[in-house]
Design a protein around this ligand. Structure first.
Ligand code: BYC
Length: 336
């Protein structure tokens, strides 16, 4: 996917004639100048260790979020109310699996293996998005995840298409296109429910009440409490701060809620003429950190499901490896 074979390293390390090993400071200066020019960093370019580690952390966590994110919605595939909704949901959940794969591939270009990343997930060392540790209680939750969770994801991920690391930025372009379809299908399914019975309308409102605050927390802690933001923004990994993205999401969602006919569960939510933005009430950060640290309602269930899927899939990996070895042996024999 990333055609690394065509990536020729540039800058000081690309001077074969000289054969001299460039000093760390020369490499650093070249990297800094590249950042200054807002150019992409590619896998074979020199990069500071901290930049590489930050990317591995963020991209692998993002990949884990995609594959754990398949679970709350996958829970409804067998109970979707019609063949059409089932087909849409299967396609969406499959897309999330694909997003995980693009992202693991992007992280692998930084020198980490998929086994290492999955080991970190399975042993609880790696994080994944807080949002996937809440249960999907009714069919309306599936629509609300599309509208709000995917809506928040798009708001966060569009700027990542301009991330300074090439493979991550390119993976995000395709992911964002698919997320846009996910968001629209969720909103459309809620529009249909909101034209239905009182019970259906109440179900949508209940789901909105349960997911709204969790979606606001998805953007991460407030800027003042975000240890990684400043450096990530200097490096062009994150382009917009957690608080600014959260504000844009709220401003975009309020009119959508009005069209839908639901109330966003925040008595302090109101338009501020001076700021030209909506003010909102306080987010429960204690609840957010408790969930991130493994104590949300579904953390244990989500992790156990992923670990079981990994163990159950061992025979597939073994078979694929055996097949690859057989193919390799055959081509070596033919070449001899
Ligand atoms: N949940 O310094 P900060 C999807 C952690 S997939 C858990 O601001 P950073 C979808 C953060 O990792 C959506 N942890 O960090 C899929 C850090 O801890 P570490 C996933 C969170 O990295 C399927 C600490 O808090 N999207 O939409 O600068 C179906 C301090 O935070 C969360 C991405 O992953 C959270 N919500 O900024 C449907 C996008 N927030 O790592 C939908 C890519 C913060 O230092 N990621 N933490 O131990 C990012 O943009 C950034 O990593 C974040 C956090 C904005 C999430």
């Amino acid at each position: 996917m990333y055609t690394q074979a065509l990536d020729l390293p540039d800058g000081p390390q690309a001077a074969p004639a000289a054969r001299a090993v460039p000093s760390d400071s020369a490499l650093q200066s070249h990297f800094d100048a590249k950042m200054e020019r807002d150019e992409k960093v590619e896998p074979r370019d020199w990069m500071p260790d901290h930049y590489r580690k930050t990317l591995v952390r963020q991209i692998s966590q993002h990949a884990h979020s995609e594959i754990v994110g398949m679970l709350p919605e996958g829970n409804w595939i067998s109970r979707a109310p019609s063949l059409k909704r089932k087909a849409i949901l299967i396609a969406k959940v499959q897309d999330e699996g694909g997003h995980g794969l693009y992202l693991y591939s992007a992280a692998e270009t930084l020198g980490t293996s998929r086994d290492q990343m999955l080991h970190a997930l399975h042993t609880g060392k790696a994080k994944y998005s807080s949002i996937f540790n809440y249960p999907t209680l009714t069919w309306a939750d599936v629509g609300v995840i599309g509208w709000l969770v995917d809506g928040a994801a798009i708001m966060n991920q569009i700027p990542l298409c301009r991330c300074s690391y090439g493979p991550y930025a390119r993976a995000m372009v395709r992911i964002c296109k698919e997320e846009s379809f996910h968001q629209r299908q969720g909103y459309e399914s809620l529009l249909v429910m909101m034209q239905g019975t009182d019970a259906q309308k109440a179900m949508v409102q209940d789901a909105v009440n349960r997911w709204w605050w969790k979606c606001l927390a998805m953007f991460g802690p407030p800027d003042a409490d975000s240890p990684n933001s400043a450096q990530s923004q200097r490096w062009g990994i994150k382009r917009i701060s957690n608080d600014d993205l959260r504000q844009s999401f709220i401003d975009a969602t309020v009119p959508q809620a009005q069209v839908l006919g639901v109330t966003l569960p925040d008595p302090d939510l109101k338009w501020n003429e001076a700021r030209q933005h909506h003010d909102h009430g306080p987010i429960d950060w204690d609840e957010f950190w408790s969930t991130v640290n493994g104590n949300g309602p579904c953390n244990k269930e989500r992790l156990a499901t992923r670990v079981a899927a990994w163990e159950d899939g061992a025979w597939v990996r073994d078979a694929a490896l055996a097949h690859a070895r057989k193919q390799q042996a055959r081509s070596l024999k033919e070449a001899a």
